[in-house]
Design a protein around this ligand. Structure first.
Ligand code: ZN
Length: 257
């Protein structure tokens, strides 16, 4: 990597060309894909023994492959193998790679075996208020938010700035979720009231729009079979890629973060 960068710097120094002749290619947005659970945490266990952590990893890899294939995005995985990551680490990894959209993949379970279908979660108001308050109480927040230096702000000002950013992030998360639901509905059974709100820790990055996609119920035999099928996971990924496209097409019209 260093060699490549040095080579670039060298050629830029020695071969100056007018700026107009070298238009920069548009920066590809980083889409972070988070396969739920992993390692000693199997997640939920399906009716015929499927581990949620395996289904989420396979689905994450398929989504990665499809996003990469568009040539429009830089996908990144929070985990690419069977390893355990704490929820906070997942958010940290997303922020480390400059994630602009965070998609956490899961599969649900419930005691009623007839319940099936996908659902999409974004952060609830109560959960995000609590998160903003907790963040504002942390020390050394200089690098906490992109473009907002909180190091010399009072706790109260920090809280307000975090709150404003989080509000916008939540709006954007909802924009993505509201595009994802109709795309999923074209090929995939959905739970009624598909877009839901909850306090999932993995959704709490204050500056990265984040959704959690429950791809179906492993407690339902049909959903479990579908989630084990590469063709079905490819359909889930296709719908998600279309929703990612919708989101980034609208993003430029949203207020800047
Ligand atoms: Zn899960």
């Amino acid at each position: 990597m260093l060699t490549g960068m040095a080579a670039l710097a060298f050629s830029a120094t020695c071969l100056p060309v007018p700026a107009s002749a070298t238009p920069r290619p548009p920066r590809k947005p980083v889409v972070v894909i988070d396969a739920g659970h992993g390692g000693h945490d199997p997640g939920t266990i399906g009716v015929s023994g499927t581990n949620e952590k395996d289904v989420t990893l396979l689905a994450a890899r398929e989504l990665y492959r499809q996003l990469q294939a568009t040539g429009l995005y830089r996908p990144a995985l929070t985990r690419s193998g069977d390893l355990f990551l704490a929820l906070g680490e997942r958010v940290d990894r997303a922020r480390d790679v400059g994630g602009e959209l965070f998609i956490s993949l899961h599969a649900d379970a419930i005691h009623r075996p007839d319940v099936r279908g996908a659902s999409v979660y974004t952060l609830s108001e109560v959960a995000s208020d609590a998160q903003a308050a907790a963040l504002a109480q942390k020390e050394n927040r200089a690098d906490l938010l992109a473009g907002v230096n909180l190091a010399h702000q009072s706790r109260e000002v920090s809280r307000i700035l975090i709150d404003l950013m989080q509000r916008e992030t939540k709006n954007r998360s909802a924009v993505f979720a509201s595009g994802l639901v109709p795309e999923l509905s074209r090929h995939i059974a959905l739970l009624s009231g598909t877009h839901r709100f909850a306090g999932f820790t993995v959704l709490t990055a204050p500056d990265i729009p984040s959704v959690l996609l429950e791809m179906g119920y492993l407690s339902n035999r049909q959903d479990e079979q579908l989630l084990r099928s590469p063709a079905h996971r490819a359909r889930v990924a296709q719908a998600t890629v279309r929703a990612v496209g919708r989101y980034f097409a609208q993003k430029e019209f949203l207020r800047p973060l």
